[in-house]
Write a protein that binds this ligand. Structure first.
Ligand SMILES: Nc1ncnc2c1ncn2[C@@H]1O[C@H](COP(=O)(O)OP(=O)(O)O)[C@@H](O)[C@H]1O
Ligand SMILES: N[C@@H](CCC(=O)OP(=O)(O)O)C(=O)O
Length: 395
């Protein structure tokens, strides 16, 4: 089991190459934003914002998942930590502190900042998942900085667990990120919680999140943070399954944050379980499909087989059976032979009405549009005898 490359405790944590990335999700914990145990401070956010700006200037895209609303709300009321520890109180504090938290990031960003509040429930619901994804994609296209936080007012279970780490991993898969960056107050995963065990040693590279590695993680060591290393490793597990590596590092160390801009990581790198393409392809190929299927004409069938194209309404001949927007559906040719599988942007009734139409007619036919594609190429995998070897369509 080669899960760990052991570090020499005295040599500390060596720098390593950060995987190449074009789109990343950066998660910033409360401990960094409310670093002095009080309200929000620019102390560490400044360097992190500098990293985001430099990445954007390089043509990369960053989605920020930021905690800190509860800490900011608490400071606004000058409440003692103990006063605001009940769930409703924490929800009220989050509502109070959310605007100042967004304002903090806006004060540090030359580009506009967009507030995105999500719950895990939103992301479990197919329709809302697709809508959240479309909104985030659009925000990135508009070159703004999306700042995601949990919608704490309604996220009952999640706020208890305080789990923006897991949310960040889900968002990373949602936006098809290449990398999940988790900035915290600790510089690495240690063999045990370093606050409790002074002999704990840092781990630079995790090749696989084995039970042995997961057992190293403890809860939060401070009043400000909530999930501790446990939720960070849960997040890394989710990201790894989606084919996304995770980098854990200290957001308190300006040199560490600056080195990220140059593709160097001083922290823990947790490898992905497979490539993003493989993870997504595997899922699209093997997940149970909805009972309905979309029949396409010969032109669409061969275009899909040729690779990297979306299914547009013009190529649709008809629909058999039923499915909802966001369902995984089979795409077959006129003779019913399998061509591809993918996530449908429209429900069966809508696709029936759009069959054979041009994408620009969607609005006129339905009175609304979820986009020009019936199945977007990122959500599609080629199957069956139409596949041209080496030219499979994948995300
Ligand atoms: N094995 C471990 N390695 C590193 N840190 C750990 C470990 N187990 C528990 N921790 C704790 O996790 C904390 C970071 O998580 P948390 O307090 O939730 O911060 P954040 O607000 O950044 O999410 C560290 O300060 C540390 O005390
Ligand atoms: N949504 C909450 C934070 C929840 C959370 O996961 O906190 P943390 O462990 O500091 O990342 C807030 O904005 O205060």
């Amino acid at each position: 089991m080669a899960a760990i490359i052991p570090e020499n405790a005295h040599a500390g944590l060596p720098e390593q190459a950060l995987p190449r990335w074009r789109r990343a999700v950066l998660k910033v914990g409360s401990n960094l934003l409310a670093a002095d145990g009080g309200g929000l401070t620019l102390r560490y956010a400044d360097a992190l914002a500098g990293f985001i700006a430099a990445s954007q200037a390089d043509g990369r895209q960053v989605v920020l998942v930021s905690s800190g609303a509860v800490a900011a709300g608490r400071a606004l009321l000058r409440q003692h930590a103990a006063d605001g520890s009940g769930l409703a109180a924490r929800q009220a504090l989050a509502a109070l502190g959310q605007a100042p938290m967004i304002a903090l990031w806006q004060s540090l960003s030359a580009r506009p900042v967009a507030q995105v509040l999500l719950t895990h429930d939103d992301l479990r619901n197919r329709r809302r998942y697709l809508n959240a994804r479309a909104t985030l994609r659009e925000l990135l296209t508009l070159d703004v900085l999306p700042v995601v936080n949990e919608n704490d007012t309604v996220a009952v279970d999640e706020l208890k667990l305080g789990d923006n780490d897991n949310l960040a991993a889900i968002v990373a898969a949602l936006v098809d990120a290449d990398l999940l960056l988790i900035a915290s107050d600790v510089d690495a995963l240690y063999s045990a919680d370093p606050r409790r065990d002074p002999a704990a040693t840092p781990i630079g590279h995790v090749a696989a999140l084995t039970p042995q590695i997961l057992a190293m993680a403890g809860g939060s060591g401070s009043a400000g943070g909530t999930g501790g290393m446990r939720t960070k490793l849960e997040a890394a597990t989710k990201a790894a399954a989606a084919g996304i590596p995770t980098a854990l590092f200290s957001g308190r160390d300006a040199a560490t944050v600056q080195a990220l801009q140059h593709g160097r990581l001083h922290g823990t790198l947790i490898a992905a379980a497979s490539s993003r393409m493989q993870a997504r392809k595997y899922w699209l190929r093997h997940a149970p499909a909805a009972p309905g299927r979309i029949r396409v004409d010969a032109g669409a069938a061969s275009a899909l087989a040729g690779g990297r194209v979306s299914l547009l309404p013009g190529g649709v001949l008809g629909v058999d059976g039923e499915f909802h927007r966001g369902d995984l559906v089979e795409i077959v040719d006129a003779d019913g032979r399998p061509v591809a599988r993918g996530l449908s942007q429209y429900g069966a009734a809508e696709v029936r009405r759009l069959a054979g139409r041009h994408s620009r007619e969607i609005d006129g036919v339905l009175g609304y549009s979820y986009g020009a594609e019936v199945v977007h190429r990122d959500d599609l995998v080629t199957v069956g005898e139409h596949v041209i070897p080496g030219k499979e369509t994948t995300a």
